[in-house]
Design a protein around this ligand. Structure first.
Ligand SMILES: [Zn+2]
Length: 194
């Protein structure tokens, strides 16, 4: 699985890209919620590790597109969000998790993106660079943490530039809108005083 870093940054990027008139002050929280939606499906690890249901539970229902749509809609209702594009962005942030997992699995795991219609865990089966299956029975904590840190760093270097690019692009776009509005305002006030 990609670690929460990649999932969170992709969820945050999708929400950041959907906000018109983006400012960090106004959109910081929504972007944070996008990050949490992107990470949330892996809470099923609590069932696997915490409650002892085993790793087979992981990648199941919480990774489904139906649950993603419901999670995005639920958060939008809580936040009283009425803009369709913003609601869709929350849904996409949640859905990106299962899809990304499916794309980055080769031999093991996969994600049940079609649950409840199918329990099959889909995987693209092409590359597995980010697969991380810690096994406390055969690995020491140090080995597991080392592996998590190595994969986490790879993910960060890969996905962080995308997130920064979107946020920077949004801020530049907003700045140019502001200065265009300023020019129009000053032209108007110039005409009024003529
Ligand atoms: Zn996952």
């Amino acid at each position: 699985m990609p670690l929460p870093i990649a999932h969170g940054l992709i969820g945050a990027s999708l929400v950041a890209a959907s906000r018109k008139g983006f400012t960090l002050r106004r959109d910081g929280w929504p972007v944070m919620f996008g990050m949490l939606l992107g990470m949330a499906p892996d809470l099923d690890l609590f069932l696997s590790w915490g409650l002892g249901f085993g790793t087979k539970v992981h990648g199941g229902f919480s990774h489904s597109l139906v649950i993603a749509l419901a999670a995005g809609a639920g958060l939008s209702i809580i936040l009283k969000e009425t803009s369709i594009s913003r609601v869709l962005a929350y849904m996409a942030a949640a859905a990106s998790h299962g899809l990304l997992d499916a794309c980055t699995k080769k031999e093991f795991g996969g994600s049940a993106i079609l649950w409840p219609f199918s329990n099959q865990k889909y995987k693209l089966g092409i590359f597995s660079n980010y697969e991380f299956y810690p096994n406390p029975a055969s690995q020491t904590w140090r080995e597991m943490l080392d592996q998590a840190a190595r994969i986490g760093l790879q993910e960060f270097l890969f996905v962080m530039p995308l997130f920064l690019l979107i946020v920077a692009g949004q801020m530049i776009a907003q700045r140019s809108r502001n200065s265009a509005a300023e020019v129009t305002r000053s032209e108007r006030s110039g005409k009024d005083t003529e």
